[in-house]
Write a protein of this length. Sequence first.
Length: 402
Amino acid sequence: MKKVNVLRFFLASPGDVKAERQMFFALKEDLDFLVGKDKNIKFEIVNWEKNTYPGKGDDAQDVINNQINDQYDVFLGIFWQRFGTPTNRHESGTLEEYENAKKKYEKDRENTHIMMYFKTEGNQNVYDIDLEQFQKVKDFRQRISKEDGILFSEFEKTEDLRNLALLHISNLVSQKFSRKKPIAKRKNTSKKNDEYVEETIDKYELLAMKIDKGDYNIEFENFIEDVEKTVGFFSDLTTTTNKLTVAMNFFTTKTDERTKQLNRVKTIKDERLKLSKAKQISNEYALDLDKYSEDFENLLPEFREAISNSIQSYSEIVLKAVNSNTVDKAGKDELLRNIPIFAESVDSAIEGTASFLETFTQMNTHFTSKFSTAKRRAELATNNMFKELLRTKKLLKEFNQN
């Protein structure tokens, strides 16, 4: 029976990131699938909600500590606006779990990892935020960065955390479970110079077995296909950003056209006719804005899907390289060479979109309610894509760092 390597995550968080906790348990299935049975790696995710039972201790957190203990490889902490409920020993249960993880890390740095994530989304009503709790989170984040040497990541949406975690975990697995298997050595019992001579015979036996199976070519060919698929996803991302440019060019053309029409209307002396023509042009401009908004709204899910596909495909390649004797880092390097091309298109799209947002703030003419509604829709569609581009730029930095 093959030995199965288990990578166990302890998921620690206060109560306001329930969606993120659920996401991690769902991500486990994807990770198990990506790694595959042939890699002999399985993931376990534990937290107090799913892996503890009623008991007695100094307090509730003490019961959790005793049941979870330190039987995990990776401490995974998530914070947003709540710091958590105090225990008899610390300001919150999550803080206590983090402090225990620090002690575990100091005892066994080789096999203990700490990954911290902070949510930055701010759509909540300000009156719903517990400012004292939020201040504790900010103080904690600053302290672990300055005093504990923690490099943390920020995310806005749950989907962003999924993408980040997939990248980070795939690279962690790649480092933790080396592709190079130790070659067993056996000693030649004949003596030479009164010492035993070691011969690395097993590596030749392994080579012979590999040739017998004949599956090494398939492994390499599949890997090349995976690289090509991932490069294709990056190409899709570039195509989508180019579509944004087309949509913005359409907007610019129509804006110039309607502006010229309105300038001509200003020369009309009959005030009633002038107002009527201006309203007509304004309503036609509203239709142009709706067309522009529709394009952007349709591109947003396409863009999100493309970036998710790219990250998952890239992570799959990293994970497939684990314990492989055929796959090397060439595929990963090939992908990294494509990232600057896409990054350039994202930067260009960010500049163009920012310029458009500035344009909307300067559009003060509201001839009709139809125009005002269309303008507001276009502003929001542009801003949603703008925020998505900014998040994508952050993700690209993660690619380059890994």
